[in-house]
Design a binder for this molecule. Sequence first.
Ligand code: KG4
Ligand code: ZN
Length: 350
Amino acid sequence: MIVLGIETSCDETAAAVVDSDRRILSNVVLSQIDDHRPFGGVVPEVAARAHMEHTDHVIAEALEKAGVAFADLDCIAATAGPGLIGGVLVGAMSAKAIALATGKPFVAVNHLEGHALTVRLTDDVAFPYLLLLVSGGHCQLLIVEGVGRYKRLGTTIDDAAGEAFDKTAKMLGLGYPGGPLIEKAAEGGDPKKFNFPRPMKGRPGCDFSFSGLKTSVRRATETLEGTLEETVSDLAASFQTAVAETLVARTRNAVDMARASHPDIETLVVAGGVAANKAIGVALSDLAAQTGMRLVKPAPALCTDNGAMIAWAGLERFRLGQTDPLDFKARPRWPLDPDAPAAAFAGVKA
Ligand code: KG4
Ligand code: ZN
């Protein structure tokens, strides 16, 4: 089976071709960072227009690099939500148009399911597994029971982990995109210099909260003794460690919760853009070693948004006979576990 996947839900225009032997035949990612940098963050209208301009040639490049034509494809998959709706519409409409013109099936992929299933493309991972999904828009712990079958154990009641990185980077004058810039600034910094809070650590359950941590960083910047430039690497390192320790503490609780309902669970997967962070990866490896779980983390380029994860999730659904009609409506919100109870005190993002 050969599947084309299209991803346009945020600030990457991406297309890829994967096959059922778990080979990535091509994976083209066009970042819009330069378009958004002057604004200090992703501007939805700018993103939608850039997707309009680039989606068709990114798809053409993905097919060419893979050495396949439309006729060789078994189905066309595209992110149909959740995400910035203007961009989602561009990718989903492109996929529907190709499906209509070629007579091939269309698969509407949940972007979060793309992140969730990436490890089954890159590694031998069987269901069920515990997933820490940490991206710009989401911060959740889920049990992945199968394709389309998720049990959410916890979620953020305010900011997502990536959002905390992005907002903190802005406060520290590091710019956009925040995650990689904080990681870089943290190199050589003293992670113990600032004693930032580890929100929710020690509390039962595995919901997250990052807004208090963000406020603490702001206060620290307002009461600095030296200049921000002198202290930025210590601030970045201390913040990054606080996030890593928070993620570990909540994931530790999730391991216990997951084992209680699924005694056979043995794999911990971390996915989403924040999973590209090395310090967080190391902290989670330690947790895995302590709890006897196997940690699986996709390569950084497959943690951040890409077309291969969408093609793969499309392939997983297609081989189970799950395709979607061409009038499938794009969804700005699309939870993986719609039955999960809302987190206590949750804002709209949960
Ligand atoms: O999964 P993703 O590419 O897009 C969403 O679906 O949101 O995640 C993007 C998020 C951004 O908030 C970005 O700052 C964060 O992932 N990120 C990182 C790193 N690389 C990307 N955060 C921490 N460290 C990194 N190296
Ligand atoms: Zn994503």
